[in-house]
Design a binder for this molecule. Structure first.
Ligand SMILES: [Zn+2]
Length: 353
């Protein structure tokens, strides 16, 4: 199934790999289940994923990516595919009724009828109960439902239990500003590390560096927070029924909370990535590997000339410590402390060499 192997936005990790293996096997053996729930942090990427799964199901070659069915399906334009999307911010019973009508008709050609429901968490209870009935008693053997959700905690457990649930890890969606901000962070960190590593004695900048880096991260986080707040205000200014508004508010708020938590984790994790890459480069140069194989090729001369006597064993120990700290990022580790510790350890490398 070629289409499924070309999803560039999927992180190359065990969970995604095993999901792809399982779904590919279902397509190859034509043992497609009638309901799936895909969850992950980005509706748009879940949607792309659902479309390529749909294309793979209906393509006679299991998702060649080039035939008419594949090409149409990838755009969501195919007579056997219906995409259900909320109008506004609540998915109502009208949409589910339309879906039932579509699924009640027989499939065009040899394919299956596939219904993709975007943002399934937006269903109100009436719509959810109607969908549940359809899932319990699907209109025909060859119908497939693919529900997509960023927040499965608000989906009816009875609906969840009718679906094969797959959760996915996507690359964090970097907006242009965020990418630019990360570039600044990277540059700052690079310069700071050079200062520490080039010094001949313990460096008093060390703690200042972690403070400044956290400051940059906090600024980025504040930017994200205010854009999320604007989203809430926009919702408030629309004319919704009070009950709908309340529900939508709580959905948005939990979504925002998740986004912020994720950003925090990602920010500090990027800082760790950069430091690790730096340390790996030191080892690489010390082992005599050429410039082309460095993470940061521009640092070759610096490392070669300035960092002479650091023991590889120590750097490996430090890399292990960083990975250890990273493992705790999921819990509420204090990022300030973690960074301080790492910079201080790098500083100590200099003292002890
Ligand atoms: Zn095809």
């Amino acid at each position: 199934m070629r289409l499924f192997q070309e999803l560039e936005f999927l992180i190359d990790d065990n969970k995604n790999q095993s999901n792809i293996k399982l779904l590919s096997a279902m397509v190859e053996t034509d043992s497609i289940s009638h309901a799936y729930l895909f969850s992950g942090n980005s509706t748009d990427q879940l949607y792309k994923l659902a479309l390529s799964f749909a294309a793979s199901i209906n393509c006679t070659e299991g998702g060649c990516g080039t035939c008419e069915i594949c090409r149409g399906s990838m755009k969501g334009i195919n007579s056997n595919i219906l995409v259900v999307e909320s109008e506004g911010n609540i998915l109502r019973i009208e949409e589910v009724t339309a879906l039932q009508r579509f699924m009640g008709m027989s499939a065009y050609g040899p394919g299956r009828k596939i219904c993709i429901i975007r943002e399934a968490e937006l269903m109100n209870s009436e719509a959810a109960n109607r969908l549940l009935k359809t899932l319990e008693d699907p209109p025909d053997e060859r119908s497939v439902f693919i529900l997509l959700s960023e927040d499965t905690s608000v989906i009816l457990p009875t609906i969840m239990s009718r679906c094969l649930v797959y959760s996915w890890n996507f690359e964090f969606e970097d907006s242009k500003t965020k990418q630019a901000e990360f570039k600044i962070l990277e540059k700052y960190l690079d310069e700071g590390l050079k200062r520490i590593l080039a010094a001949n004695e313990i460096n008093h900048d060390t703690l200042d560096l972690s403070l400044r880096i956290l400051e940059i991260l906090r600024k980025m986080e504040a930017g994200l927070r205010s854009s999320l707040e604007m989203e809430l205000e926009k919702v408030d200014s629309r004319n919704y029924i009070k009950e709908d508004l309340k529900k939508y508010h709580s959905i948005l708020k939990s979504k925002h909370k998740r986004k912020l938590a994720k950003f925090k984790k990602l920010g500090i994790s990027k800082v760790f990535d950069i430091i690790s890459a730096w340390l790996e480069d030191i080892i690489t140069v010390r082992l005599g590997v050429n410039q082309e194989n460095l993470n940061f090729k521009n640092n070759y001369t610096f490392i070669k000339n300035k960092i002479r006597n650091v023991r590889i064993k120590k750097i490996i120990k430090l890399l292990e410590a960083i990975e250890g700290n990273r493992a705790y990022l999921g819990y509420s580790i204090n990022p300030e402390l973690a960074l301080d510790n790492i910079f201080l350890s790098i500083d100590r490398l200099i003292l002890e060499r």
